[in-house]
Each structure stands twice: as structure tokens, then as C-alpha cells.
Ligand binder design. Structure first.
Ligand SMILES: Cc1cc2nc3c(=O)[nH]c(=O)nc-3n(C[C@H](O)[C@H](O)[C@H](O)COP(=O)(O)OP(=O)(O)OC[C@H]3O[C@@H](n4cnc5c(N)ncnc54)[C@H](O)[C@@H]3O)c2cc1C
Length: 453
């Protein structure tokens, strides 16, 4: 049995980052990647395969190139069992490899609740599989009425992409909560996202749950709990993802309260030689250490960097998940980081909010001018807890600045006096830069004498 210093299982955001980081931190180690598929789509780009990119094969992760660049061996095979005593991994085709340290980056699979009628044809969960996505796109081309179940970012991105591909397709979107994207944005931002979808003739059914799928061989109607029947000859399920812990569970590793592989702050599992990162790993909130269901590529990459750096000694700590999202709807950026105002209150914070709007160029006669709106959510101690940005494309990077401020526990006063770079063709005017102005507006609500520094 060939033994490697490091074996990584899973080639996506978490696994690839872990093996590159392991190579950077431990240049002399031997590293092997085990992956169960030759082709892997860039997961965040999956919805855009429908129209903007047009083909799932055009958006593949360049795994082979990365492996040869970083001197990592490759085994395309499914890891099926771990022998933790002898530190070996066995695979579906019967091979076996040894490891000193193992990184599990086995990701997630679609959440498919047990709704009656799920076995009917033309119902598509979103898997990270090229041929499944091809089938889905072919079905979109043949469908006349599509129903998307789930109004999270996957559901809404698919809705918009299917509309772009087929102008005459009837599209219904069913969301259980009062608003789409409600987990990531406050109501005023959700309403704007809903407007953007309705403007594209995507019919929203909010506060609605699916009771069953009706039809014969293939789906014909989606029955809601209200009794209403939506005619549909195709369904896309965007209901979230669950940790893929099959291998970990079979090998007796402990799982956490949300069903992910239990890890400590170093990303070490209940077996000190095994680390886990990405969607398969259990997470806790940055804000209060409570179990967190968040599953994002950006989190997977951070965890991959932490896990790999700790393989042969404890160097990096995971502070917990902040949650930074961006989407692009109706030609506008919609981004959020940390806690929403509603989410912060649910966690027991008393909040102070500041909002600022401006143009993303100066003067506004510059080409490419578009509005940018920023909302910042602070605790009553004026520590930044969250932010939301709507409008111009640069909002997708301003949210990252906000996320950095959250991670540094920055106070409103520090944000109001932050130094940033500006340019007429690239950014808002420094005088009206929305981040500082939103912080100033929050500060204005708290009398000077009561502010803690
Ligand atoms: C449609 C869609 C859009 C998204 N958009 C965004 C976005 O815009 N921004 C964002 O931050 N996040 C987004 N996400 C979430 C993001 O894709 C995931 O958080 C990210 O892919 C997690 O990466 P991962 O490496 O942990 O796992 P995965 O991407 O799930 O990869 C796990 C890999 O391991 C392989 N594997 C599993 N078991 C085995 C085994 N036993 N042997 C060998 N190989 C195995 C799998 O085949 C897979 O290739 C999106 C997700 C979806 C589905």
C-alpha cells in the first residue's frame, strides 16, 4: 500500500484549497487527491450554465492543471471506506492508499425532503454533475411550464437564467417563507429582489409550501398546501444542501448537531489524524458560536486553508462563519454579510442601523454610473454585525470590505473614519462613500455621551 503524507478526498472548493495550502505550508510532503468524478462544474457557476455561459462543460474546475502545478498525485475513484487504525483509504475499484493526515472535503448533496410524488419524471434537484445539468437544460428547452421550488439564491438564479434561455416559458417560483432570500437579507431588500423577478414575468408564490407533485410518469401539477395546483411539466428543486458525511459516518467519526462532520476550531475531527473542511464539516456562527447551517464556497475555501495549515501542528483557528453572499438579479448586485437586522434581533441584539445611498461614480455624469445602497447593522455597542448592499456591480466587492470590518469587530466610529481609495471612473465620491456615511448615520442615532469607545 502506497503511503502519502496527506490524502485529500474531494476536489472542489474546500479540497483544492486544502491541497494547495498543504503544498505551500509543507513543501516536501507527498499529497494525493481522491475524487470520484473526472469533470466537476464550478459550483457557484451552475445556474449560469443554463444561459449566460450556455453549457456546463464550459465552466469546469481545472483540477488537472492545479494538480500538476502543485505536484499532487491524482486518483479518480470513489473513497468507500477508512481504516482509521491502519490509516488507509479504500476505494470503489479496490485500491487502497495510506495516509499520515487525511482531509475530508466530501461536500454536500441536495436536500430533498420527502414530498409525495418526488419520483415523477422531470423533477430536478441541483447536483454538481455535468450530465445531470445537461439533462436539466434539455428539459428546460422542451418544457412549457416550469415550477421552481425554493426561493434561496439557487432558486432565484435558476429562475432568471431559465427566463433568459426561454422568453416564452411560464415560470412559477414557490417559497415557503414570506419573502425570497429572507435568510440573507432584510425585508426591504427582499422586496426589491422580488420586484426584479416579477419584472421578468417570474410568478412568485410566497408563504407557500408544496404538498405533493401530481402527474403520471412525469410531473403535471405542483399541489400547494393551500390546495392550489400549479400546472408544470418540469420542476427544479432549490431547497438547500446537506453535508455529505457518508464516508465519515461509516468510519465512526463524530457528527455535529446540524449533521456535519464534527470539527474543533482547528478543523480537526474526532480522529486527530483526520481533518474536515467545506460543506461536509459542521459549522458554528462567528457571532455566538451557535450551530450554523451555512454552506458557501467562500467558507469552504477558508476552512480548507485553516485545515491544511494545521495538518502537522496547530497554526490557524477558525473564528466561525460570518456568511457573505452575493447574487446578481435584474442587472443589480444584491449582497449581504453577517447578520441581517431581523436575524440580529432574533439572536437577542438591540440594533442600530445606518443606511446610505449614492452613485458609484463621480461626477454622476461618468459612464457606468449606477446607484449603490448600503445598510449597516450595528449592536447597541455600535459594533458592526452585518451589512447589505444593493445596486451597482461594485457592491459585490463593497460587501467584502463590510465582511472584513465585521471580522475585525469594528465599531461605527472606526468605519466612519476608515481610509479608502476612490477614483471618478471606479468608485463613489469620497464625500458620499456609502460605507462611511451609513456608519455616520448609525452613530447619529446614539447620543455621544452614551457611546462606548
Ligand atoms: C447552484 C449552486 C450555486 C452556488 N452559488 C454559490 C455562490 O455564488 N457563492 C458561494 O459562496 N457559494 C455558492 N454555492 C455553494 C458552494 O457551491 C458550496 O459551498 C461549495 O461547493 C462547497 O465546496 P466543497 O468543496 O465543500 O464541496 P463540493 O463542492 O460539494 O465538492 C465535494 C466534492 O467531493 C467529491 N466527493 C464526495 N464524496 C467523495 C468520495 N467518497 N470519494 C471521492 N470524491 C468524493 C464530490 O463528487 C465533489 O466533487 C452554490 C451552490 C450551488 C449548488
Amino acid at each position: 500500500v502506497k503511503e502519502y503524507d496527506v490524502v485529500v478526498i474531494g476536489p472542489s472548493s474546500a479540497g483544492l484549497t486544502a491541497l494547495v495550502t498543504a503544498r505551500r505550508h509543507f513543501p516536501a510532503t507527498s499529497i494525493l487527491l481522491i475524487r470520484d468524478k473526472e469533470e466537476l462544474p464550478v459550483t457557484c457557476g451552475i445556474p449560469y450554465a443554463v444561459s449566460t455561459v450556455g453549457d456546463p462543460r464550459k465552466g469546469l474546475v481545472p483540477v488537472k492543471r492545479a494538480l500538476s502545478r502543485y505536484g499532487v498525485d491524482d486518483l479518480v475513484d470513489k473513497a468507500t471506506a477508512l481504516d482509521r487504525t491502519n490509516r488507509t483509504v479504500s476505494t470503489a475499484s479496490g485500491s487502497s492508499v495510506g495516509y499520515k493526515r487525511l482531509v475530508l472535503a466530501t461536500g454536500s448533496v441536495p436536500l430533498v425532503p420527502s414530498i409525495p410524488g418526488l419520483d415523477k419524471g422531470n423533477i430536478f434537484p441541483i447536483t454538481k454533475d455535468v450530465s445531470h445539468l445537461r439533462d436539466l437544460i434539455n428539459a428546460v428547452d422542451r418544457a412549457s411550464r416550469l415550477c421552481i421550488v425554493g426561493g434561496g439564491y439557487v432558486g432565484v438564479e435558476f429562475a432568471e437564467e431559465c427566463r433568459k434561455r426561454r422568453g416564452n416559458l411560464h415560470i412559477d417560483l414557490v417559497e415557503m417563507l414570506a419573502h425570497i432570500l429572507q435568510h440573507a437579507y432584510d425585508k426591504e431588500f427582499c422586496l426589491r429582489a422580488e420586484e426584479a423577478l416579477r419584472a421578468q414575468e417570474i410568478n412568485l408564490h410566497l408563504d407557500s409550501t408544496v404538498r405533493q407533485f401530481n402527474g403520471f410518469k412525469t410531473v403535471q401539477r405542483v399541489e400547494l398546501a393551500s390546495g392550489r395546483q400549479l400546472r408544470a411539466d418540469m420542476v427544479i428543486l432549490g431547497l438547500g444542501m446537506v453535508a455529505n458525511t457518508e464516508l465519515a459516518r461509516k468510519s465512526g467519526l463524530e457528527l455535529g448537531p446540524t449533521g456535519g462532520i464534527k470539527v474543533d476550531k482547528y478543523m480537526q475531527t474526532s480522529d486527530p489524524n483526520i481533518f474536515a473542511c467545506g460543506d461536509c464539516a459542521e459549522k458554528v456562527s462567528f457571532f455566538d458560536g451557535a450551530p450554523s447551517q451555512l454552506k458557501l464556497a467562500s467558507i469552504a475555501v477558508t476552512e480548507g486553508r485553516i485545515a491544511a495549515a494545521n495538518l502537522f501542528g496547530k497554526h490557524r483557528l477558525n473564528p466561525g462563519t460570518v456568511g457573505v453572499y452575493s447574487t446578481y438579479l435584474g442587472g443589480k448586485t444584491l449582497s449581504g454579510a453577517g447578520l441581517t437586522e431581523a436575524g440580529a434581533r432574533e439572536k437577542g441584539y438591540r440594533t442600530v442601523v445606518g443606511v446610505a445611498k449614492t452613485v458609484n461614480r463621480h461626477p454622476s455624469a461618468m459612464p457606468g454610473a449606477a446607484m449603490l445602497e448600503v445598510k449597516l447593522v450595528f449592536s447597541d455597542q455600535l459594533t458592526l454585525l452585518g451589512g447589505q448592499v444593493l445596486g451597482a456591480e461594485s457592491g459585490g466587492e463593497i460587501i467584502n470590505l463590510i465582511a472584513a470590518c465585521i471580522q475585525q469587530h469594528m465599531k461605527a466610529d472606526q468605519i466612519a473614519t476608515m481610509q479608502v481609495g476612490t477614483h471618478p471612473a471606479l468608485t463613489p465620491d469620497p464625500v458620499s462613500y456609502p460605507l462611511m456615511n451609513a456608519a455616520e448615520r448609525a452613530l447619529r442615532q446614539v447620543p455621544l455621551a452614551t457611546r462606548s469607545s
